[in-house]
Design a binder for this molecule. Structure first.
Ligand code: 0RA
Length: 645
């Protein structure tokens, strides 16, 4: 008896030490304790359910945000195993308890159950337990309904027990968790962020149904939302192109399945000029830095289209080959690969490193795309004509750019006259404020720290890049000024290591014009300096929305939330708030104090996590399709933070 107790003790200590490590350094497991980390908890649980679906055992996943702040994930998979675990070290524990309390125990027990696992961020569901104040698990398996719960970072409170029968002999797992407020900066989930992710997962897993419902009292849309796509990534491409004008109706599709790796590609061109409409995934995870699968596809598509263009006499003998970027103009494509041991590399671990996948994608595309062109000659011709136009525009842009370079070389230092530069030359500490209008620009110059803060006033609206090619863009003086100030080139040539400022901060008015200009600038950065955005160098300044006077002191309040918090702490306040409209309404020290001073301001950082979805959002907001834009703005009006900030 004594012996058993001792063994339990040793095991318990091991388990607790493991989870304690997660609580000590949550960033190591979920990236951050900010909003991204918080949402990661949901993804972690859902990934496990998606794994069940990919293995062919689950067809429905449902996620609910509960009024009490918890998140519940239900699936109809096999249910986490409930038998005693066979590893002697885990003596006495059920497999389900192990899965919830031992790091990396998601490893599916080395079984043959899973071919390729998507849960590769797959830190495991125990990490969610470690970072929650409470977790409840219900497992329907072997005809019984099992239950267990945990508190305070994964401490087992109710051991796994049977609580009646599983209704209709169903199988499945329900996990409900309450994120730990002592770990996370904030524990309020953002429905839109979750929805974007679930939609992406539903696209990538053909036929899988993901249902989402926000039952919190403050929910903007309380009705359930269901994502289910019979066409999988074909539907994904149609969806991305829905707000654009497709060059032809058909969505092309290539699939190749091998013993232990598979590739699936869907593609369609539109009449737009964006050459970044390619989005790739490995085991259901977005590879935003690309990698071997993208390389293989790019190489092959360039090859196939050139060969086709020559064979049909669309490209003359003396003409140079079309370049990859010419061919990719207006191309929307999804490349989804699944493989056994994906290697994620690069700065943000968003680049697929497995070499074997490059040859698989290249081979599959070479064979199947050539066939596709032969079978679809009308479409083929349209694609080649579009690439030829893009090629000519590229050559024109090159000479425009050379002319700009020569011009700035003649003008001396090359920095635009409007730029009030800072004196420091150390990019790490330098900030560039892009300010709407000359008068606000003047206040900003007076308010800045001249050593580290540079000011660039931008007048009027820059060209809408979604509707123009680079050659036209480069003729726009506002755009030229922006490029020279940042100092790292543009488009394919953009080199993020050369940026002159670590932070590029957009400071626009809090009105409709201001948000339009902000969207135009963000679209420009997103399309032509994507590494600036991906490197998290782009920020939005937040001039306060309200001011009020307490005694003799003027207080600024960032937004409605800040106003409510203020009213709670000042119940007798006479409720006179001034609604601030423009940057111009503040004098320079107010502007400095509230919006620019690094110690007192708050900035929003732009992070594009779901690039494919962000791409669609930009296209909808900035493209030609007025109806889609209207619809988007109407449905998102309350939350036009469309970027995951
Ligand atoms: C370990 C092994 C098996 C399934 C699971 C875990 C599992 C985990 C989660 C988490 C949420 N839903 C889940 N569904 C299943 C394999 C089960 C078997 O071989 O029967």
């Amino acid at each position: 008896m004594a012996k058993t107790t001792e063994e339990y003790g040793a095991k318990d200590i091991q388990v607790l030490e493991g989870l304690e490590a997660v609580r000590k350094r949550p960033g190591m497991y979920i990236g951050s304790t900010g909003p991204a980390g918080l949402h990661h908890l949901v993804y972690e649980v859902v990934d496990n359910s998606v794994d069940e679906a990919m293995a062919g055992h689950a067809t429905h996943i449902s996620v609910t945000l509960m009024p009490d702040g918890s998140c519940e994930v239900v699936d109809d998979g096999r249910g986490i195993p409930v038998d005693r675990h066979n590893d002697p070290k885990m003596k006495g524990m059920t497999a389900a308890e192990v899965v919830l309390t031992v790091l990396h125990a998601g490893g599916k027990f080395g079984g043959a159950g899973y071919k390729v696992s998507g849960g590769l961020h797959g830190v495991g569901i125990s990490v969610v337990n470690a970072l929650s104040q409470r977790v409840e698990v219900e497992i329907d398996r072997n005809g019984d309904r099992h239950y267990m719960d945990f508190e305070n970072g994964g401490k087992l409170k109710t051991k796994l027990e049977i609580r009646g029968k599983a209704p209709n002999n169903r199988t499945g797992t329900t996990v409900r968790f309450w994120p730990d407020p002592t770990i996370f900066d904030e524990i309020t989930f953002r429905a839109q962020t979750l929805l974007e992710r679930f939609q992406m997962m539903a696209f990538l897993n053909k036929g899988l149904e993901i249902r989402f419902q926000d039952k919190r009292p403050e929910a903007t849309s309380p009705d359930p939302i269901v994502f289910k796509y019979a066409g999988g990534i074909i539907d994904f491409v149609s969806h991305l192109n829905a707000s654009k004008e497709p060059l032809f109706k058909k969505v092309g599709y290539i699939e190749q399945i091998e013993e232990d790796q598979e590739v699936e590609i869907a593609f369609q061109w539109n009449t737009g000029f964006n050459a970044d409409g390619m989005h790739s995934f490995a085991n259901g995870i977005a590879t935003i830095e690309g990698g071997m699968h993208e390389e293989g596809f790019k190489k092959s598509i360039t090859n196939v289209v050139n060969k086709y263009a020559r064979a049909k006499g669309l490209l003359k003998e003396k003409e140079e080959n079309l370049q990859g970027e010419d061919i990719r103009e207006g191309l929307t494509a999804i490349i989804s690969v699944r493989l056994r041991e994906p290697q994620f590399e690069g700065q943000t671990k968003g680049k697929l490193g497995n070499v074997s996948i490059r040859s698989l994608v290249e081979k599959a595309t070479n064979e199947r795309l050539a066939e596709w062109f032969e079978e679809n000659p009308t479409e083929g011709r349209k694609i080649v004509s579009k690439a030829l136009l893009a090629c000519r525009a590229r050559l024109a842009a090159r000479s425009a750019r050379d002319a700009t370079r020569r011009k700035s070389a003649l003008e001396g230092a090359g920095m635009p006259e409007k730029l009030k530069d800072c004196s420091s030359r150390n990019p790490d500490e330098c900030e560039l404020f892009i300010v709407e209008g000359d008068s606000a620009g003047g206040s900003a110059v007076a308010a800045r720290d001249p050593r580290t803060q540079a000011i660039l006033p931008i007048r009027g609206k820059i060209l809408n890049v979604e509707r123009a090619r680079l050659d036209r863009m480069l003729k726009n003086t506002e755009v030229q000024t922006l490029i020279s100030a940042i100092g790292a080139g543009v488009g394919e040539e953009f080199d993020v290591t050369k940026i002159r400022y670590n932070k590029v901060i957009l400071m626009c008015d809090a009105d409709v014009d201001g948000s339009h200009i902000r969207t135009l600038l963000l679209t420009f950065f997103f399309r032509y300096m994507p590494d600036l955005v991906k490197g998290e160098h782009v920020y939005i300044a937040q001039p306060p929305l309200y001011s009020t006077v307490v005694g003799k002191e003027k207080t600024y309040l960032k937004d409605d939330h800040a106003k409510n918090v203020f009213l709670e702490s000042h119940p007798n306040h006479k409720k006179e708030f001034q609604r601030l409209k423009g940057l111009g309404e503040m004098d320079f020290d107010e502007l400095g104090e509230t919006t620019m001073d690094a110690d007192r301001r708050t900035l929003l950082q732009i992070a594009v996590e779901q690039v494919a979805i962000a791409d669609e959002v930009f296209s909808v907001l900035m493209g030609d399709d007025v109806e889609s834009r209207k619809h988007f703005i109407q449905t998102n009006a309350k939350d036009v933070r469309f970027l995951d900030i």
